[in-house]
Design a protein around this ligand. Structure first.
Ligand SMILES: O=P(O)(O)OC[C@@H](O)[C@@H](O)c1c[nH]c2ccccc12
Length: 257
């Protein structure tokens, strides 16, 4: 079993995966944030690499990216930084990057350096299934799982194909739009999550727009766990560490389905 799938299932509870932007608040704060989230009980952590054209991101993450870029954060610096404290992290770290910074860095070199840094998964939202072949072999060779996304508008056949290739977990996008807090979800959400679950050999985690305990519970009822980004960034910015801890813990209270 791959290490991400194992980490997300072995505790026998719904998974909680926070997202943070590397370099937001200075790269020196990354270690502290990761250790804090690990201590709160996060099951894995998604680390965003800042990029100038983040097409899937809403205002909160766009702003976090701009802050990170303006203090000189690069993919190379992030990987070096993570590598320096990797022995202190025991949960999977998953990098979220758009294709452009990856291609600029070099695919082979990225896969090798990401593995050396101790990361075990990668989300590339602008990499379509049809174009995976130029990157997948390098990731596989270095033991990095490619985490694929499905959305409310992905056709059933495509969801099946993604299910057949899935490693780590499947990222089910809960909204038709960009990242950021939402007041409510589509009426189709439960049906969508159930259909993804029915073809997935790995956990199905839902993300986009989840920003409070009630929504964590609502979404987790129909899948294996949740990913929260914008709200976590907000809470870190406000210094509300108790709020983060409480949100992470919510997933433990949801009964297994
Ligand atoms: O911020 P939200 O709405 O909680 O959504 C999660 C999200 O932040 C994180 O997983 C993410 C940030 N940028 C992305 C781009 C594509 C896919 C996923 C992401």
């Amino acid at each position: 079993m791959d290490s991400i799938k194992k980490a997300l299932t072995e505790k026998g509870k719904k998974a909680f995966v926070p997202y943070i932007m590397a370099g937001d608040g200075g790269l020196e704060s990354l270690k502290e944030k990761l250790l804090f989230l690990q201590e709160c009980g996060a099951d894995a952590i998604e680390i965003g690499i800042p990029f100038s054209d983040p097409v899937a991101d809403g205002p909160t993450i766009q702003k976090a990216g701009i802050r990170a870029l303006s203090n000189g954060t690069t993919l190379r610096k992030v990987l070096e930084n993570i590598q320096s404290f990797k022995t202190e992290i025991s949960i999977p770290l998953i990098l979220m990057t758009y294709l452009n910074p990856l291609v600029a860095y070099g695919i082979e070199k990225f896969a090798k350096d990401a593995a050396n840094a101790g990361t075990s998964g990668c989300i590339i939202p602008d990499l379509p299934l049809e174009e995976e072949d130029f990157i997948l072999p390098a990731l596989e060779q270095h033991g990095i799982s490619l985490i694929r996304l499905v959305t409310l508008t992905t056709p059933v056949e495509r969801i099946k194909e993604i299910g057949s290739r899935a490693t780590g977990f499947i990222y089910a996008v809960t909204v038709t739009g960009i990242t950021g807090a939402r007041n409510n979800f589509s009426g189709e959400l439960a049906t969508f999550l159930n259909s993804v679950k029915s073809v997935s050999p790995v956990p199905v985690l839902a993300g986009f727009g989840v920003s409070n305990a009630e929504q964590v519970r609502e979404v987790c009822e129909h899948c294996d766990g949740v990913i929260v980004g914008s709200k976590i960034i907000d809470l870190f910015e406000k210094g509300d560490l108790a709020g983060i801890k409480q949100l992470v813990r919510t997933a433990e209270e949801v009964s297994l389905t």
